[in-house]
Design a protein around this ligand. Structure first.
Ligand SMILES: NC(=O)c1ccc[n+]([C@@H]2O[C@H](COP(=O)([O-])OP(=O)(O)OC[C@H]3O[C@@H](n4cnc5c(N)ncnc54)[C@H](O)[C@@H]3O)[C@@H](O)[C@H]2O)c1
Length: 360
């Protein structure tokens, strides 16, 4: 095969993959996404903790984790725990991360790193001050279609990007996240944050953020916004659209990605949009009018966002811990994703375009 057609999209473990990993928070996402991915890659899980001991014991049993910690302090004292993988509700993460940073643990934190921007900054500074690595679990970057699109864009298949879109319309299973229902900020902070981070990963930092937020008549007990449209404007003239509707009751649900450039186009689907959290495989096709006129390539992508992409941020963190670099989704990098998130809320609230640099 022509090596330029190898999309190099599958996340893999590298250096430092034998580091001891301790789990904090044994709830939904840990059990149906993190741990299946870690089990598939044979990670060295040393223990788990949850304020709900029953939850921790069940997780330990399901994934053959040798130790259930009595407390966060108990975990903090365990020298076998080099990395702590945290999946607690966002308002709990600041205190949990602070305690573990103080104990010298490297951290994989959840998105959003915090629902309060200033607290996210303090967490990043605390980790940097203590010399520990802090990564954020923005694993959408490792989902098959996005990773493959990144490879294609990097190799110049579409020339200079001019237009980008991530558009999704589906029926979200809010019952999986009861604590989200009362959150006054919902769609951008907890969901589109992945797509905004994905746009940064693929296309770099935007100049302007313009965002409109709405609620569907069918609120299903949810407080925050459930329909959003966000436009990122770039200095080059590139415009990127992230449009998500969580209340599509029809049989026409979709999750589409599209990246158009001066020489070609990449277009595909995000399998997870079609049946969360099981989903189906992503699809991706691309063309380049200069290199292969009148020819369209289709990739057969293997793996899914859940659970396969979840090894990506952990692998990157492990390599950084072992090699001394920074993880791809470091806390410092993630502050720019949070700036776009906060800019989107400010934009919607004040009916204007906002520069991410206005935040923090
Ligand atoms: N990266 C992703 O794609 C993704 C997807 C879903 C959820 N999340 C994030 O993961 C986090 C957890 O979400 P979830 O859906 O699994 O929630 P969940 O409610 O199912 O699980 C949270 C667990 O944390 C435990 N917990 C609460 N406070 C704790 C503390 N101080 N110390 C230890 N354990 C504590 C709870 O008992 C519960 O078992 C949230 O921050 C959410 O935003 C991320």
């Amino acid at each position: 095969m022509d090596s330029s057609l190898d999309l190099d999209y599958r996340p893999r473990l590298g250096e430092g993959a034998d580091a001891g990993v301790a789990i904090v928070g044994c709830g939904g996402i840990m059990n149906y996404a993190h741990l299946p991915a870690y089990a598939a890659h044979g990670l060295n899980l040393v223990g788990c903790f949850d304020v709900n001991r029953e939850a921790a014991e069940k997780t330990a049993q399901d994934f053959a984790i040798p130790r259930v910690y009595d407390s966060l302090d108990d975990l903090a004292r365990d020298s076998a725990a080099v990395i702590a993988d945290v999946a607690v509700p966002p308002w709990e993460q600041f205190a949990v991360a602070g305690r573990l940073i103080g104990a010298g643990k490297h951290l994989l934190c959840q998105k959003p790193l915090s629902n309060v921007f200033a607290e996210a900054v303090r967490m990043v500074e605390a980790a940097e001050g203590a010399g520990v690595r802090l990564a954020v679990n923005q694993q959408f970057r490792w989902s098959p279609a996005i990773r493959a699109a990144h490879t294609l864009i990097e190799r110049g298949w579409i020339g200079q990007p001019t237009e980008a879109g991530i558009e999704e319309s589906m029926l979200s299973p809010w019952h999986l996240w009861p604590w989200l229902a009362s959150s006054p900020r919902l769609e951008i902070l907890y969901h589109s944050i992945h797509y905004l981070d994905g746009m940064r990963f693929l296309l770099g930092e935007p100049e302007w953020v313009t965002s409109r937020h709405a609620r569907h008549p069918d609120r299903r007990g949810v407080e925050g916004e459930t329909k959003t449209i966000t436009v990122l404007d770039y200095e080059s003239g590139l415009q990127a659209l992230v449009a998500v509707n969580h209340s599509n009751h029809s049989d026409d649900v979709y999750g589409r990605v599209r990246f158009l450039g001066t020489e070609g186009v990449i277009a595909g689907t995000m399998g997870l949009s079609y049946d969360y959290p099981d989903g189906r495989e992503d699809t991706l096709g691309w063309s380049n009018s200069a290199r292969y006129p009148e020819h369209r390539f289709e990739a057969k992508l293997e793996g899914k966002w859940i659970p396969d992409a979840f090894i990506g941020p952990m692998a990157s963190l492990m390599a950084a811990v072992a090699g001394g670099g920074e993880p791809d989704t470091s806390g410092r990098d993630n502050l720019n994703t949070l700036r776009i998130v906060e800019a989107a809320y400010l934009s919607a609230q004040q009916n204007r375009s906002v520069r991410p640099a206005e935040i923090g």
